[in-house]
Design a protein around this ligand. Structure first.
Ligand SMILES: *[C@@H]1O[C@H](CO)[C@@H](O)[C@H](O)[C@H]1NC(C)=O
Ligand SMILES: *[C@@H]1O[C@H](CO)[C@@H](O)[C@H](O)[C@H]1NC(C)=O
Length: 377
């Protein structure tokens, strides 16, 4: 069975190797089966890895498994956060660009989110693996020993504090490797957003404590720093996505500047982007946009999942589907719950596709963003 997997994988990898323009990134690791990741063969054959990433991969096979896991967590969180929007963060099967070439070519808000959430996912997963004792070169944070204090007074470090520094350092070395080599405008944008992702994980570290002392009187506390669930990081980065700042590149080409001088400068925790997003309304193989034809929408919602917005004004079809759900549940002593099955008819609305007789939409020319000189970030 395992052999079968392997052959498949080799074929997929070979088909994907593409020598010219950047059409692949390390994100592709998120699409591989985890059991295949911690092997030397992967390091040399995953398309899109640059030299430094290959070397890190070969030297730290154990970390790579967590890195792949983190990349998957990032993709899942992205799909959760965007499930009600036209662009829904779907991945393209067997495509080494993972989210479509548009993510690599257009410096959009969505690209900013994808870079930050995948960088954050990697920090989170590696840090967690350190605490679990799964990795050779890291463990719980060794600096959290002895006494310390917080608002409630003195406490003793105990238990296992998550070693987020190791996770963030490895993530930076690996995830930033390509951009460190090229250092063009887009690389600066990616580096900024990767860092914002790492900072988001650090932001949600929380001190957790246990009380000791006579009958739980809490005269003695032992505490440790723990990461919060990745959902918190996802929610936070989604807010940062909504408030992302448009930037340009300065005249020397080595720094980012705010595109509109009336907007405030982004901090290191904010997301930045260069270009307006496509509207993601219709399928476009050029950009990798899937379009919204066939997407489910909510007839009464005024939000992005509402049929007007989701379907881009094309209208929607309504079908009635039978849904079975558990109902009239009763608790029986002791201890089980018995439910009946109720059948409900529900209307499901799905977006119509583009009208085939309408004249084709004139394709939006991709303009280079206008860079206005402003204070350096
Ligand atoms: C995203 O939308 C496309 C249709 O536009 C659909 O095929 C796909 O399953 C959706 N992906 C996710 C992750 O919801
Ligand atoms: C549709 O949107 C309304 C208003 O936002 C909400 O109350 C309702 O639960 C949504 N329905 C579904 C099926 O999501």
């Amino acid at each position: 069975m395992a052999n079968f997997h392997w052959k498949n994988l080799v074929i997929i990898l070979l088909v994907l190797v593409c020598p010219n323009e950047i059409t692949a990134t390390w994100w592709f690791i998120s699409q591989l089966p985890l059991h295949a990741v911690g092997t030397q063969m992967i390091c040399d054959n995953v398309p899109g890895l640059v030299g430094r990433q290959k070397r890190l991969c070969r030297a730290h096979l154990d970390v790579m498994v967590s890195l792949a896991d983190g990349a998957k967590v990032g993709v899942n969180e992205c799909q959760f956060q965007f499930k009600a929007q036209r662009w829904n963060c779907s991945t393209i099967d067997r495509d080494a660009s993972v989210f479509g070439k548009v993510m690599l070519k257009v410096g959009s808000r969505e690209a900013a989110f994808v870079y930050s959430i995948s960088s954050a996912g990697v920090v989170h997963a590696i840090t967690r693996a350190c605490s679990k004792g799964d990795l050779q070169n890291c463990a719980c944070d060794p600096t959290k020993t002895g006494q310390s204090k917080d608002r409630k007074g003195e406490f003793k470090w105990g238990g296992c504090s998550d070693n987020v520094r190791y996770g963030a350092d490895f993530s930076r070395m690996f995830v930033d490797a390509r951009e460190k080599r090229i250092r063009d405008a887009r690389a600066l944008m990616n580096l900024h957003n990767n860092r914002a992702g790492r900072r988001a994980v650090k932001k949600f570290m929380k001190l957790e404590c246990k009380c000791h002392g006579v009958s739980g009187s809490c005269t003695i506390r032992t505490c440790w720093l723990a990461m919060q669930t990745f959902r918190k990081v996802g929610d936070y980065l989604k807010v940062k996505y909504n408030g992302a700042t448009q930037v340009g590149i300065n005249q020397d080409g080595n720094g980012l500047i705010v595109a509109n001088r009336n907007h405030k400068k982004p901090t290191r925790s904010d997301l930045v982007y260069f270009e307006q997003s496509p509207d993601y309304c219709v399928e476009d193989p050029d950009t990798g946009s899937l379009g919204t034809a066939g997407r489910e929408c909510n007839r009464t919602s005024m939000g992005t999942d509402g049929c007007d917005i989701m379907c881009c004004g094309r209208g929607y079809d309504t079908t009635t589907v039978k849904k079975v759900r558990k109902c009239e549940c009763k608790f029986h002593w002791c201890c089980y719950v018995k439910c009946k099955e109720c059948i409900e008819m529900m209307d499901v609305h799905t977006c119509k596709g583009p009208n085939p007789t309408a004249p084709p939409k004139i394709k939006r020319l991709r303009r280079k963003p206008v860079y206005k000189l402003d204070s350096k970030l």
